[in-house]
Ligand binder design. Structure first.
Ligand SMILES: Nc1nc2c(ncn2[C@@H]2O[C@H](COP(=O)(O)OP(=O)(O)OP(=O)(O)O)[C@@H](O)[C@H]2O)c(=O)[nH]1
Ligand SMILES: [Mg+2]
Ligand SMILES: [Zn+2]
Length: 348
């Protein structure tokens, strides 16, 4: 077998290696999901890119997942994920939708035009922290903005440790700032609204026109949802980059720890409120309201924290209820099946 891609370049690490038994090491080989189509997955392994038909017996997989295949190139099993991105599926039904797995660093991409929103950056930060990945904020279209530094400072004020880069995605020179994250084995993903320049960044880093891009609407800077699927690409420097479609709606679900991490300042203050279930509204001795009156936190950030907390609680509660209903339903079906099996046995 000629090796084209070393596994380490595809993001393989000891985290995945240690999940394999000795038998599995000799009988199966790892492959990574790089794109998902209607009835098949595109996978990348040491010998290059292949196609794998989706089988009903496979678990729900997403781009970035690691699988083991047998020597006939058939699916054997999926490996545990190191990180997982999910959101509430768009629309009124509450279900979790997987976005990507095993992403190390997320480039939260925001354009310096009408797209710019601190609230959205905070929403993405909660999502990234909940997934267990590193976050980097990339402010694009600096060339169209009169004062990029003002915006940079606003984002930096959210968290002094947050890494924020300002780029012009059309200018390859300015993307050199992203080089430290494009190194061997690191998987980076771009998340952000449509039209902010995610695919433009991917093309520039890949030195190609692989990803289709198209201009945003002049009236409101909104993008045209040009990218429709997620795809993982190998970078020259050894890392991998995941392009995603701009998401209209990215509601949080099962994201409590993510919110705690993204709003650690508010959470820390809240520990000093008189009531442990304080809503930070009009309760007496509310440490958060006190900090607000002293100018230690701002009203926008607090409002967004309360809004995102309510949203994640609501979605998580509905999802938990749905999961428990599904569990009891499948228990019921199993008992019906078992009963009919027993009856058939009795008839024999
Ligand atoms: N002036 C300027 N234009 C940019 C920059 N980045 C992207 N663009 C342009 O913005 C438009 C949208 O870019 P895309 O890369 O398609 O945006 P996207 O984020 O991939 O959008 P979706 O695929 O719809 O989610 C294209 O016309 C790009 O040429 C930038 O930094 N400066
Ligand atoms: Mg795109
Ligand atoms: Zn309080």
């Amino acid at each position: 077998m000629t090796t084209i891609y070393p596994l380490s370049q595809l993001g393989w690490s000891t985290f995945f290696q240690q999940q394999l038994s000795l038998d599995e090491c000799s009988d199966y080989f790892p492959a990574r999901v790089v794109a998902q189509h209607r009835s098949r997955l595109a996978i990348l392994c040491e010998t290059g890119e292949h196609s794998l038909n989706i089988h009903p017996k496979m678990p729900i997989l997403t781009v970035g997942d690691w699988l083991l295949l047998d020597r006939q190139n058939d699916f054997y099993r999926a490996l545990d994920r190191q990180t997982l991105f999910s959101r509430k599926a768009p629309g009124s039904k509450v279900a979790e939708q997987l976005i990507a797995a095993n992403v190390d660093t997320v480039l939260i991409s925001v354009a310096l035009n009408n797209d710019f929103s601190l609230n959205r950056i905070e929403r993405y930060l909660a999502l990234v922290k909940a997934a267990g990945a590193n976050a980097l904020v990339v402010l694009t279209k600096a060339d169209l903005c009169l004062s990029p530094d003002d915006y940079l400072q606003q984002v930096q004020a959210l968290d002094p440790l947050l890494i924020v880069e300002v780029v012009n995605a059309l200018e390859p020179e300015s993307l050199k700032k992203l080089a430290p994250w494009c190194m061997q084995g690191n998987t980076i993903a771009l998340l952000g609204s449509s039209g902010v320049g995610k695919s433009t960044i991917v093309n520039s880093l890949l030195h190609s026109d692989t990803q289709i891009t198209s201009s945003a609407r002049a009236a409101d800077d909104k993008g045209r949802h040009t990218t429709t699927g997620r795809s993982l690409h190998l970078l020259d420097a050894g890392g991998l980059i995941l392009d995603t479609p701009g998401m209209r709606e990215i509601q949080l679900v099962d994201c409590e720890a993510g919110l705690e991490a993204a709003f650690s300042d508010v959470e820390r203050l809240a520990m000093n409120c008189r009531y442990s279930d304080c809503q930070h509204n009009n309760e007496p001795d509310c440490a958060v309201q006190l900090a607000l009156s002293q100018g230690l936190i701002d009203q926008r950030r607090l409002n967004n924290y309360l809004k995102l907390s309510r949203e994640q609680e609501r979605n998580s509660a509905t999802l938990a209820e749905k999961r428990s209903k599904e569990r009891s339903q499948s228990r019921y079906y199993r008992s019906v099946q078992e009963g009919s099996r027993q009856r058939k046995k009795g008839l024999k």
